[in-house]
Ligand binder design. Structure first.
Ligand code: IPM
Ligand code: MN
Length: 356
């Protein structure tokens, strides 16, 4: 089969991790007889430099025309002083909204070999940690009404948190479907003791839960959820939550694994379309040094094969290659322990490709 992928290399370490991901995808193509076509498009800081805009219309059009989007990372200090609307990060929000990517899957798992990397005590993550945060991605306070108004306390700025029934329904379904393929446990995280939007969220999630009698549903307030994630993360299987809570909790979840350089993500639309990117950012401090870990991007490509192209065996091949890499004692700079000589970004790509 032939697949067309729109590729945003992006800024900082983005192009470096994408280059290694392409190596691995091509190795998968060779082994399984597929052809992956890459259409390189601009978004983020590079797009600002070249076109004056963080998300050119041609990029959105190319993304829509592709079977899936693969993205490295965007942003960097060079563009930090631009107004909010023109910053590279805006490109991500624009892509999410214009492509209808309402479901963001952020797995946080600990690879056995990397258990020591977690900042949590060993007994807390013993036996492995495997959580998926299902974050709503095109609604809530990120996309609600925003603006300024004069008040007797001076100028005020506001951003509205709002969720509609249908927005909650579709993200809840994604979470329950995911739980059915995993350990059949959904924790919905909200702030229903305070927020009206959370009370609607909770009511709709309960409604959807009725369609999944085999899945256990727990509700949790976000402050407690943040605490439980470090106190007893193994209690979680699938977490479903709003855009802003998911932003915060997915960073927390990724950090407790201790190896954010290993974590992929998928942002899915209705149907099979999706955008795939590492959880980490553009890490400008290590760009160009060969120290970036391309594994999160490589595993994101694995998610692309699984969720958009329906290539389960090929996706397994990528995950197994990453596991074999770790089992062979290979390490990248971010996860190296004393005494191991870390592989560079491109050595890592070569090694993982050879294990496909
Ligand atoms: C993320 C990022 C983005 C977000 C920013 C860069 C707009 O933090 O993908 O989690 O807040 O969604
Ligand atoms: Mn974030």
């Amino acid at each position: 089969m032939e697949y067309n992928i729109a590729v945003v290399r992006g800024d900082g370490i983005g192009p470096e991790v994408i280059q290694e991901t392409i190596k691995v995808l091509d190795a998968v193509g060779n082994r399984f007889g597929h052809k992956f076509n890459y259409n390189y498009v601009l978004a983020g800081g590079e797009a600002i430099d070249v076109t004056g805009r963080c998300l050119p219309d041609e990029t959105v059009a190319a993304a829509k025309a592709a079977d899936a989007v693969l993205l490295g990372a965007v942003g960097g200090p060079k563009w930090d002083t631009l107004p909010g609307d023109e910053r590279p990060e805006r490109a991500l929000l624009g892509l999410r909204k214009s492509l209808g990517l309402f479901a963001n899957l952020r797995p946080a798992m600990v690879f056995d070999e990397l258990a020591d990397a977690s900042p949590l005590k060993p007994e807390i993550i013993d036996g492995g940690l495997d959580i998926v945060v299902v974050r709503e991605l095109t609604g809530g306070i990120y996309f609600g009404e925003k603006g300024f108004k004069d008040t007797n306390m001076g100028l005020a700025a506001y951003d509205v948190e709002q969720y509609s029934e249908e927005e909650v329904r579709r993200i809840a379904r994604v979470a329950f479907d995911m739980a059915m393929k995993r350990n059949r446990h959904v924790t919905s995280i909200d702030k229903a003791n305070v927020l009206e939007s959370s009370r609607l969220w909770r009511r709709i999630v309960a409604e959807i839960a009725a369609d999944y009698p085999d899945v256990t549903l727990d509700n949790m307030y976000v402050d407690n959820g943040a605490m439980q994630l470090v106190r007893n993360p193994k209690q979680f299987d699938v977490i479903v939550t709003s855009n802003i809570f998911g932003d915060i909790l997915s960073d927390e979840a990724s950090q407790i694994t201790g190896s954010i350089g290993m974590l992929p993500s998928a942002s899915l639309a209705d149907g099979n379309f999706g955008m795939y990117e590492p959880v980490h950012g553009s890490a400008p401090d290590i760009a160009g040094t060969g120290k970036a870990n391309p594994m999160a991007a490589i595993l994101s490509a694995g998610m692309m094969l699984r969720y958009t192209f329906g290539l389960g065996e090929e996706a397994d091949a990528i995950e197994n290659a990453v596991r074999a890499f770790l089992e062979a004692g290979c390490r990248t700079f971010d996860i190296a322990v004393d005494g191991t000589v870390p592989l560079t970004t491109s050595e890592t790509g070569d090694k993982v490709s050879s294990l496909i």
